[in-house]
Ligand binder design. Structure first.
Ligand code: SF4
Length: 431
C-alpha cells in the first residue's frame, strides 16, 4: 500500500521527558522539571492550531481525518493528567478522529500514576507500549531503567483493569550482562504475560549515549564491558523470532511481532508510506504535495521533515505565524526538510516495504512508479537474491532470515537508484 490522496492522517506527538536517562539512549529526551512540561504542551497546542495554515502555505495535503495517534518519547505517561487531557482536547479540536482510530501512548513501567491511567482511558487511549527492555531485574537496572519484573506485571494488570488490553512490550537484545539463558527467560516471561504485541530491538550502541561513550573511552560505570558481542546479539534476535513465533506472536516486521490482528497500525503507516504529521521535539512528518500539483494523477512529490531536537529552541522558537518562522509554523526551523521526487519515493518503497514480512508487491510498485523504473530495481533484487539476502518469485520480494540480520546493508543497495537530479531541494519545489 502506498500513500494516496484522501488517505487518513497519522499524528505523532513527541513528549521528550523521562524520569532518568537510560544508559544506551540517544533520543532527544531528558529529565526536566514539571514546569517545562506545561510550557511544552502549551507550545504543542499552538503548533496544532497552526498546522492547517502551514500546510496550505506549503501546498501540502493535510487530511483532517486521523486514523492513528501515537504519543512517543520520552515518557508521555509522565505528563500530568490535566496536560494529557488538554493535549488530546487540542488534537480532537483540530482533527477528526475516526471512530476506530488507534491511539497509542508509550509508558515507562512503574511510572504510571492511577490518575494518569484514568486520564489516558478517558482520552480514548486503548493501546499502550511499555518500555520493558528486559524482565531480568539486574539487566533492567544496569541499563538505567527504574522498574523490575514485578512492576511490569503489576502495570499490565492495572492497564487491563482500566480497559487497555492492546499492549506492547519492548525488549532489547544486547543489554549489558545479558546471556542466552537470561534472554530465554525474558522471552518466556513476555509470552506468559499474554501481551498481543512485542517489539524486539538489537542494541545499537550510539556514541552519543552514555554507554557508547564508555565503550569508546573505557570505564566500568555503565557496564560497557558486559555488552554481548554482535554475533551473540544476532543469535538472541534469531531466537526471539523462533520463540515468539512458536507462541503465536508472529513476526510482521524486522523488529515487530503480534497475534493476528494486533499489528501496530501507526507503525505500519511508516513502512507503507502513508501520511503522518509529527509535532514536538525531533518529530518527523511525511506529507504529500497538494492536489494543485502539476500532475494530480501522478505520484507527485512528498515532503519529509524533522523538527529540532533542541528543547530550548523548540520552547523559545518564534510564535506561530510570525515572519521568523520560515517554513514551519512551530518550534523554529525543521532541522531536515526534503521534497522527495517520485524516483526517491520508489527507492523508499523498497527499503521501507522490505522491512515488512509480507514483502514488496512488485505489481503495485509498477502501477505507482512505472514498469521501467521498477525493472531497474529488480536487477538489484536479482543480485541480492543470489547472495541469499532476498527471495523473489517475480511478484513478491522479501528479506530472507539472513537479509533481516543484514537489513541495513540490503537497504543501502536500493539507495542511489534515482538519478541525483531528480531530487529537488526545498526552495526549488513547492511552497
Ligand atoms: S525511557 Fe526511552 S527515551 Fe527515556 S531515557 Fe530511556 S530509552 Fe531514552
Amino acid at each position: 500500500m502506498s500513500c494516496s490522496h484522501n488517505d487518513a492522517l497519522g499524528l505523532y506527538i513527541s513528549i521528550p521527558f523521562c524520569r532518568s536517562k537510560c544508559t544506551y539512549c540517544n533520543f532527544a529526551s531528558g529529565v526536566y522539571p514539571a514546569s517545562e512540561h506545561a510550557r511544552y504542551v502549551e507550545r504543542l497546542i499552538q503548533d496544532l492550531a497552526a498546522t492547517g495554515a502551514w500546510a496550505a502555505r506549503m501546498n501540502l495535503e493535510l487530511p483532517r481525518q486521523v486514523d492513528t495517534v501515537y504519543l512517543g518519547g520520552g515518557t508521555p505517561s509522565l505528563l500530568e493528567p490535566e496536560l494529557l487531557a488538554r493535549l488530546f482536547g487540542a488534537m480532537r479540536a483540530e482533527f477528526d478522529f475516526e471512530p476506530e482510530a488507534e491511539i497509542t501512548v508509550e509508558c515507562a513501567p512503574g511510572q504510571l500514576a492511577d490518575e494518569t491511567l484514568e486520564s489516558l482511558a478517558a482520552a480514548g487511549v486503548h493501546r499502550v507500549s511499555l518500555g520493558v527492555q528486559s524482565f531480568i531485574d539486574r539487566e533492567a537496572q544496569v541499563s538505567g531503567r527504574l522498574h523490575n519484573r514485578a512492576t511490569v506485571e503489576e502495570d499490565l494488570r492495572r492497564l487491563r483493569g482500566a480497559g487497555i488490553a492492546n499492549l506492547n512490550v519492548d525488549l532489547i537484545a544486547g543489554l549489558a550482562g545479558q546471556t542466552p539463558a537470561s534472554w530465554e527467560e525474558s522471552l518466556a516471561v513476555l509470552v506468559e504475560s499474554g501481551v498481543p504485541h512485542a517489539s524486539v530491538y538489537m542494541l545499537e550502541v550510539d556514541e552519543d549515549s552514555r554507554l557508547g561513550r564508555e565503550m569508546l573511552a573505557g570505564g566500568a560505570r555503565y557496564h560497557a564491558g558486559l555488552v554481548p558481542a554482535d554475533d551473540a546479539i544476532a543469535q538472541m534476535y534469531s531466537r526471539a523470532i523462533e520463540r515468539l513465533g512458536a507462541a503465536a506472536l508472529g513476526q510482521y516486521e524486522i523488529s515487530n511481532f503480534c497475534r493476528p490482528g494486533f499489528a501496530s497500525r501507526h507503525n505500519l503507516r511508516y513502512w507503507q508510506r502513508r501520511p503522518y504529521l509529527g509535532l514536538g521535539l525531533d518529530a518527523s512528518s511525511m506529507l504529500r504535495e497538494g492536489l494543485q500539483a502539476a500532475d494530480p494523477a501522478g505520484p507527485g512529490y512528498v515532503l519529509r521533515s524533522t523538527t529540532t531536537d533542541d528543547l530550548g529552541a523548540f520552547l523559545e522558537g518564534p510564535e506561530p505565524g510570525s515572519p521568523r518562522t520560515g517554513l514551519r509554523p512551530w518550534g523554529g526551523e525543521p532541522v531536515e526538510t526534503a521534497w522527495l521526487s517520485p524516483a526517491r519515493q520508489h527507492e523508499e518503497a523498497w527499503f521501507l516495504g522490505l522491512r515488512l514480512n509480507v514483502g514488496v508487491d512488485v505489481a503495485a510498485l509498477e502501477r505507482e512508479f512505472g514498469r521501467e523504473t521498477v525493472a531497474r530495481a529488480m536487477e538489484t533484487v536479482g543480485r541480492l537474491a543470489e547472495n541469499g539476502l532476498l527471495t523473489s518469485d517475480g511478484k513478491t520480494v522479501r528479506l530472507t532470515a539472513q537479509g533481516q540480520l543484514l537489513s541495513n546493508d540490503v537497504f543501502q543497495e536500493f539507495l542511489g537508484l534515482a538519478a541525483e537530479e531528480s531530487e529537488m531541494s526545498l526552495g526549488t519545489h513547492g511552497g
